[in-house]
Design a binder for this molecule. Structure first.
Ligand code: ADP
Ligand code: ADP
Length: 232
């Protein structure tokens, strides 16, 4: 039931004559249906690890197997294909296309996947409903609140039935009340059987996850069950 198997991943960046060791040997596996938070101070390697898990980048060493595919040795084209099929991204800055409606934004991954227009719209409406935006489908991003925009991003992340939802500081641009709403939405999505990986530096956000991995200096400092899960 392993979705992610990471073995001794290293990532080195060459900056001039210097070598920055962003990840120095990280191993972890994540099962289907887990809800994991990745934490750690600035510079500890969170973004680097997320980029690798999200198939945006490949490691310098070690292996990364995602749903049975060794992603660590793929070319950029194959990475893009895996990314679109396997991963739903949610970003701090929402990353919606301003000229498109909420519904059109939500179904973009289906266009890349070659799904027919009728199926796209049917699927899009269903997923917009599941994030509570039935009455906002024809709105453009600038006609929506931050919380609503992030809901559209969550809908877009879900629309392809990805293997994992990867959320990078998803509440970083939201006020505290809206953050709670979005985290409740993630809790719900998790209950429906989705695998969620959340990167955050905020303890109360991480407390929604069932497992908390802490990075320090490019290494895993701890990987623990969260005994203080925040429930509804
Ligand atoms: P975090 O997300 O925890 O803040 P990062 O993964 O962004 O950590 O960074 C880990 C280390 O790698 C830091 O020392 C950072 O400066 C360095 N780093 C990250 N990305 C790059 C890059 N593209 N080029 C050079 N160094 C980088
Ligand atoms: P929510 O809590 O659902 O995120 P808010 O209470 O912040 O919504 O906003 C209420 C209504 O005001 C929203 O339905 C939205 O249409 C409108 N609104 C809020 N913020 C903005 C904004 N920055 N730009 C445009 N419309 C907004």
């Amino acid at each position: 039931n392993e979705v992610i198997q990471i073995t001794d991943i290293k990532k080195f960046y060459h900056v001039g004559t210097e070598v920055v060791k962003a990840l120095q040997g990280v191993s972890l596996s994540i099962n289907k249906g887990e809800y994991v938070a990745i934490m750690g101070p600035s510079g500890s390697g969170k973004s680097t690890l997320m980029n690798i898990i999200g198939a945006l980048d490949t490691p310098t060493g070690g292996t990364y197997v995602l749903n049975g595919t060794d992603v660590s040795r793929l070319t950029d084209d194959n990475l893009a294909e895996i990314r679109n099929k396997e991963i739903g991204f949610v970003f701090q800055t929402f990353n919606l296309l301003p000229r498109y409606t909420a519904l059109e934004n939500a179904i973009l991954p289906l266009i890349y996947a070659g799904v027919s227009k009728n199926d796209r719209v049917a699927k899009g409406k269903k997923v917009m409903e599941s994030v509570g935006l039935t009455d906002r489908m024809q709105h453009r991003p600038n006609e929506m609140s931050g919380g609503q925009r992030q809901r559209v991003a969550v809908a877009r992340a879900l629309v392809n039935d990805p293997s994992i939802i990867l959320a990078d500081e998803p509440t970083g641009n939201l006020d505290s009340k809206t953050s709670v709403d979005i985290m409740r939405l993630f809790d719900e999505i998790h209950k429906q059987g989705n695998t969620i990986i959340l990167v955050t530096h905020e303890e109360d956000i991480a407390m929604h996850a069932h497992r908390i991995i802490r990075l320090r200096d490019g290494l895993i400092e701890s990987d623990l069950v969260n005994k203080k899960i925040e429930t509804l």
